[in-house]
Design a protein around this ligand. Structure first.
Ligand code: URA
Length: 308
């Protein structure tokens, strides 16, 4: 399967150009090649070590635009996270032009310098976009110190490193996107994008219409009020309510906490949709690459309040 690379181009299409002055100010505030990312976000690709107080040495003036820091080259090439890249460099496994690299902050010109990891050439790869049907019982982290299963164990055959675009709790199953395109992942997870995410929920109590209205209109959690949500009752049994909810945020354990705020518990939680993307027959634990149209569709997802 051939990796594809189109997210950034499409993102460029979608995003409004910044005014020149703002662009310049942003450039001056952040050193080139070190985008200011929210390191609390999910995915090993974002597991960025805290930046040292001193900025990385500036690249030489000539052709500086083409240069990137070594950790960025390694993570962009889909080899691993920046944290891992730092470890490899520390272990002497990364060479630049035949000499062991000394620092992740070393500036490298990917076109002219020869970077290798364990002797294998590192080239900037095409972007990968993966859709996984996550089973219950798997963590959305790269490695678990307690040795519990992680979604990465399900990604055999994925031809490069991908980070998760958001998280699902261990006990949540369903649609999970993983990608090597960090800008795309940021777009999917950013609270500002309001990309709708749809879940099927089984609650431990029968919920009244008034309670469903509370979910719909927004209720206050310990981290603030929730945005309006689309909620549909699917069926009730003697003890439980099954409903569908579409939220446009992505706060930690948000659906579970919303049901807990009503005095119930979530017994089953399945993510069935992100934007217009559905699992559509993808087996539990299986993955596939997203098509170009699917990636574009996600980037073009209308933001805003879900229709209730
Ligand atoms: N909301 C939750 O409570 N858990 C998830 O895994 C996803 C959304």
């Amino acid at each position: 399967m051939r990796p594809r690379d189109y997210g950034n181009k499409l993102l460029a299409r979608r995003r409004k150009p910044k005014p020149k002055a703002a662009k310049l100010a942003a450039k001056q505030a952040a050193p080139a090649g070190r985008p200011d990312r929210n390191s609390a976000k999910a995915g090993p690709g974002r597991n960025v070590p805290a930046q040292s107080a001193s900025a990385p040495p500036a690249p030489p003036q000539a052709s500086s635009a083409a240069k990137k820091t070594l950790d960025r080259i390694l993570s962009k090439a889909g080899f691993g996270s920046r944290t891992e890249a730092a470890e490899w460099i520390r272990d002497g496994r990364v060479k630049v032009n035949g000499k062991p690299a000394k620092s992740i902050e070393m500036w490298v010109d990917p076109k002219r310098d020869k970077v290798t990891l364990d002797g294998a050439p590192v080239r900037e790869g095409a972007k990968l976009y993966i859709l996984l049907n996550k089973p219950k019982g798997y963590l959305t982290t790269y490695k678990d110190p307690e040795g519990r299963p992680t979604v990465y164990q399900l990604l055999k055959g994925v031809p490069g490193f991908v980070g998760t675009a958001g998280r699902l709790d261990m006990d949540t199953s369903g649609l999970l996107i993983l990608t090597s395109d960090t800008a795309f992942a940021d777009f999917i997870t950013s609270p500002a994008s309001h990309v709708p995410k749809t879940y099927l929920v089984k609650s431990s109590t029968r919920l009244t219409d008034e309670q469903l209205d509370l979910l719909r209109n927004g209720l206050t959690l310990d981290d603030g009020p929730t945005r309006p949500a689309a909620v549909t009752r699917l069926r009730d049994s003697e003890k439980y309510t099954h409903f569908e909810i579409t939220i446009t945020e992505g706060r930690n354990r948000q659906v579970r906490r919303m049901v807990e705020a009503l005095g119930g518990k979530v017994l089953k939680l399945v993510r069935v949709k992100i934007g217009g993307l559905e699992l559509a027959g993808l087996g539990m634990g299986a993955w596939r690459e997203l098509s170009r149209a699917e990636v574009r569709g996600l980037l073009d997802t209308p933001s805003g309040e879900p229709r209730t």
